[in-house]
Design a protein around this ligand. Structure first.
Ligand SMILES: Nc1ncnc2c1ncn2[C@@H]1O[C@H](COP(=O)(O)OP(=O)(O)OP(=O)(O)O)[C@@H](O)[C@H]1O
Ligand SMILES: [Mg+2]
Length: 240
């Protein structure tokens, strides 16, 4: 499980995360919503140690992420991350892109890495694009390729940072479907998203971030139906 305890993050004088307490259980899907600049991406980056933290602690499966003794590379293999836009290597085919990390990071043989790649590309619905170069893939297919690349390390956790925000509207659905499939398979996921339908239908809980604080967290029925916080209600009234 992922435990975030009294997490504070500053960029210089800017206090970006102001004491976040959050536990994500194995198999849980958490959606994180909130206005631009509220600290959603920063939270994800603090969880997989792409950012330092100034106070508090992040613990993944009992390991303190920001402790000096922690093997960050090993930790990141267990935390797959998908960004808004992912540039896969243009000179490598889909299969070669996915096989890269298993080969280089996990030391798998060429053959093993290829088998993992084919399996994960089929998993995300790209079984017919194995030998295609990224430039020949649609935006939605490129995002699914990014998901396959993350899955190739067999992570226990997946972190999505607005994985569909850069896509044309007609391509959003196929990526959300892939994320939904992972959720149904039991993947533990934290999804920063603007897709309220996804947050409502797929998540176990939804966290609303406001100005660096977790203003409210609860099941979708609470957040979307009977939010406790005035601020949450105000935000949702504007995005829907
Ligand atoms: N590397 C950085 N250096 C300085 N300030 C930063 C840095 N990264 C983020 N910030 C600031 O921290 C605050 C939170 O940013 P963050 O990217 O976490 O917001 P967000 O909720 O993900 O927003 P969005 O919905 O626009 O992606 C913002 O005020 C942002 O300008
Ligand atoms: Mg962001």
């Amino acid at each position: 499980m992922i435990e975030v305890k009294d997490l504070h993050k500053y960029f210089g004088a800017l206090h970006v995360l102001k004491g976040i307490d959050l536990t994500v259980q194995k198999g849980e899907v958490l959606s994180v919503i909130g206005a631009s600049g509220s600290g959603k991406s920063t939270l994800l980056y603090c969880i997989n140690a792409l950012e330092t933290i100034e106070q508090g602690e992040v613990i993944v499966d009992g390991v303190s992420v920001h402790a000096k003794s922690t093997d960050i590379n090993k930790l990141r293999q267990n935390l797959g991350m998908v960004f808004q836009q992912w540039n896969s290597f243009p000179h490598l085919t889909a299969t070669e892109n996915v096989a890269l990390a298993p080969k280089i990071v996990s030391g798998k043989s060429r053959q093993e890495a290829r088998e993992i790649a084919v399996k994960q590309l089929e998993h995300v619905g790209l079984g017919d694009k194995l030998d295609v170069y990224p430039s020949a893939l649609s935006g939605g297919q490129q995002q699914r390729l990014a998901i396959a690349r993350a899955l190739a390390m067999e992570p226990d956790y997946m972190l999505f940072d607005e994985a569909t925000s850069a896509l044309d509207p007609e391509l959003v659905g196929e990526v959300l479907d892939t994320m939904r499939l992972l959720a149904e398979e039991g993947m533990t996921m934290i999804c920063v998203t603007h897709e309220m339908g996804f947050a409502r239908d797929v998540s176990d809980r939804v966290a609303y971030f406001h100005q660096g604080m977790m203003e409210e967290i609860g099941p979708p029925a609470q957040i979307f139906g009977e939010a406790q916080s005035e601020q949450t209600r105000k935000f949702l009234a504007n995005v829907r």
